[in-house]
Design a protein around this ligand. Structure first.
Ligand SMILES: [Zn+2]
Ligand SMILES: [Zn+2]
Length: 144
């Protein structure tokens, strides 16, 4: 591993599956969790969604802004690539905060998911086999 300059915040690249939409985000995530709620499961088609939270203004679309499809759910919305459907991130807290779907990161962030949240509604066919703390509901995720 190369030594990072502590004063400089790295920029991480992200992309949808087809590459139409790319983004850049500061490697300065405030938290990261694996969310097992039914919305995250259906949005991704996966057992849970690893997501990392950051201020929305630290995330920039670098290409394909016109290819973004917004799914508006009222107090928050999801942004996907129109062409391939990749779930890129959710925008929450009235636009102030983004929950980046970690699977769309091209570069490796410093942060790792530190907990499982909404385990109370997790898929019964999926067993959590790691030692991370589990919460039946959210901790700081899915805020309005
Ligand atoms: Zn795409
Ligand atoms: Zn969720």
């Amino acid at each position: 591993m190369p030594v990072e300059e502590p004063a400089k915040i790295r920029k991480l690249a992200g992309s949808c599956q087809c590459g139409s939409v790319t983004y850049e985000v500061a490697d300065a995530f405030v938290f990261a969790v694996n969310c097992h709620c039914s919305l995250c499961r259906r949005a991704t088609g996966a057992a849970f969604k690893p997501l990392a939270g950051i201020e929305r203004d630290k995330l920039h679309i670098t290409n394909g802004a016109d290819k973004i499809q917004i799914f508006d759910a009222g107090s928050w919305h999801d942004e996907r690539c129109k062409a391939c459907g990749s779930f890129l991130f959710a925008v929450v807290r009235n636009g102030a905060f983004a929950h980046v779907a970690m699977g769309t990161l091209v570069d490796t962030p410093s942060i790792r998911p530190s907990a499982h949240v909404f385990v109370g509604s997790k898929a019964p066919w999926f067993d959590i086999t790691d030692d991370l703390p589990q919460y039946d509901e959210g901790i700081i995720v899915k805020e309005n």
